[in-house]
Design a protein around this ligand. Structure first.
Ligand code: PXP
Length: 237
């Protein structure tokens, strides 16, 4: 079974546009779960342009499924995660000011840093996933630094999907087999949508979780949040 974790960053972005509390992020998180979402993902960035650090404790008290906090492990981020103890932390090497995450970790070059940070989270009982491109050396590197899971960066897959979907998914398929062999759990995310999700799931054995934000919230403008979550769940069934 592949779980759908709804990334609610875009909801926070709309809220922040007016300075009030509309839409109410905490209510939306509860509703996503009510509508069938199997996890809630947030990605606080240093400029707090969508999720704010102050949102996290409130969300932590209401999320009943799986709470996943993702982001670049700066000292502030590490403190936030350790204080709030989500079920999972996903480490993402995004530079400050970047529009969105666009690459995974160099799990070899950054091995000593990753090992230290991952050990800190794991000793606090938090499952650690790290964002990687679908390349064997980075998957092996993720195992060596002690990650529990990897999250495949699916941006390139999504962009190539419309040209040649078999080619687009090939490296993910190969790396998933490797991850399964060496005992790493597999998550995936970025630019997944109603067109490309089912094919991805069918070709990535052992896919445990996808986190989806941008396309899902855009679809919800047309179909409503409840229907949209059902539509994504159907792609994963
Ligand atoms: N995974 C990571 C690490 C991300 O940074 C993001 C975007 O915040 C996502 C998944 C979700 O991507 P999207 O919003 O394109 O669904």
């Amino acid at each position: 079974m592949t779980k759908l974790s709804v990334n609610i960053n875009k909801v926070a972005l709309i809220r922040n546009a007016r300075g009030g509390n509309l839409p109410d992020l905490v209510q939306v998180a509860m509703d996503c779960e009510e509508f069938g979402g199997q996890g809630i993902t947030v990605h606080p960035r240093p400029d707090e342009r969508h999720i704010r650090y102050a949102d996290i404790p409130q969300l932590k008290t209401v999320v009943k499924t799986e709470f996943n906090i993702e982001g670049n492990p700066t000292p502030d981020f590490i403190r936030l995660v350790l204080e709030n103890k989500p079920h999972q932390v996903t480490l993402v090497p995004d530079a400050p000011g970047v529009l969105t995450s666009d690459q995974g970790w160099d799990t070899i070059g950054q091995a000593s840093f990753l090992k230290k940070v991952i050990a800190e989270f794991k000793s606090a009982g938090i499952r650690v996933s790290i964002f990687v491109d679908a390349e064997e050396k980075f998957v092996e590197g993720a195992k060596n630094v002690g990650a529990d899971r990897i999250e495949f960066y699916t941006g390139h897959y999504a962009h190539q999907f419309y040209k040649n979907k078999e080619e687009a998914v090939e490296s993910h398929h190969r790396c998933a087999i490797l991850a399964n062999e060496i005992g790493l759990g597999i998550n995936a995310g970025h630019d997944l949508n109603l067109d490309n999700l089912r094919f991805y799931k069918e070709n990535v054995p052992g896919l445990l979780e996808v986190s989806i934000g941008h396309a899902l919230i855009c679809d919800a403008l047309y179909y409503g949040l409840n229907n949209t979550i059902q539509m994504y769940l159907r792609q994963l069934s």
